[in-house]
Design a protein around this ligand. Sequence first.
Ligand code: T4K
Length: 398
Amino acid sequence: MSAVKTAVGELAALGGTPAFAQPLHVGRPNVGDREAILTGIDEALRDRWLSNDGAKLQAFEARLSERLGGLRCVATCNATLALQIALRALDVEGEVVLPALTFVATAHAVAWERLAPVFADVDPESLCMGPEEAAARIGADTGALLGVHLWGRSGDPEGLERLARERGLPLVFDAAHALGSSRGGRPLSSFGDAAVLSFHATKIANSFEGGAIVTADRELAERAQTMRNFGFVDEDEIVGLGTNAKLSEAGAVMGLASLDALDGFLAADRDNYASYSEALAGIPGVSLLAFEPPESANCHYVVIDVDPAAAGLSRDELRAVLVAENVLARRYFYPGCHRVPPYDQLPQLPLPITERVLDRCLSLPTGTAVSPEDAATVGRVVRLALSQPVAVRDALGK
Ligand code: T4K
């Protein structure tokens, strides 16, 4: 339950009672029909079939494929391994150009495959690596491009496809955030040679942990499918190097329930986005990341940009105000892949837009555990704090 605050002295950072009695998280899992989940897990237990291409996994892949207009879907135990498998199945060698503005898993998947990540900047509008930024980092050793649909946004996937074609490079998209997002009516995971979705607990649809490789290429899908199960194509026939990236039957049951409930999850995220949009409108120095047609985003990440000069408080000061209210806003994806080991040891070219975003962006709670009223309350806290930034900064300094 949240209380309406009207005076700056009521902010928790200034000694008031927190607006929320319980923490409001970014990434609280969406949960589908519990009954269906428990029944599905019970069926797997009854049948004593818990993993390895079981009925639930097959149903999950079929349902996902249906949702994505018939693309081939290879479900995995997480998106990080799915990225690794996609890069391997495409025989990528050498350097991989990717944005530094992403969750560290994108870079780790590249480096874990003993490929060399080369970090590119992002487009100032979309905050995704576009063809211009990627082209600036392509060199003689480039083996692939790895775009990221950051926060479910599209960027310019057609432009990256063109660039990849011109340079003869495979193109993979990290679409971990992008289930339910589309561009010009096409699901974002349909761009590139392959795209990878995440079904981690924090994503719009989850299978507890999980991921999927999505592709239109039948052979690529078959290679990926073989690689996720140690290279087996038959009971005792192994055709090459593989790993264990299988999704369990329990995970698949959860994934199925999530896909069944996806439209409801999307509606909840979009309602929260609309509520944030209204509550934050016109606050100097605060802008909500917008989604412009032909992009249609899932809105599963609500991200604000805080311009300290115009807002009067920095992103980190505003975050401290929110945390005091029990609003656990996150600095995704601070400090950036290029600034964490082992990548901070690599020679770096300047990434001005990336640096600006990493200093100013803040992710706010959303998902089905957050109501539009909660979002409005968070917006009111932001407005109140920024109405008297000097008093707030003084209080934070004490
Ligand atoms: N590419 C991109 C662009 C990604 O964002 C990710 C993952 C990947 C690739 C790799 O996908 P996977 O291999 O994971 O499938 C979380 C997730 O662990 C990670 O999956 C996700 N991105 C990333 C954006 O968020 P952390 O380090 O922020 O996790 P943590 O433990 O701080 O939890 C996040 C928030 O969610 C907290 O506020 C608590 C809340 N939470 C979390 C879990 C697991 C809950 O309320 N309940 C839960 O069960 O990475």
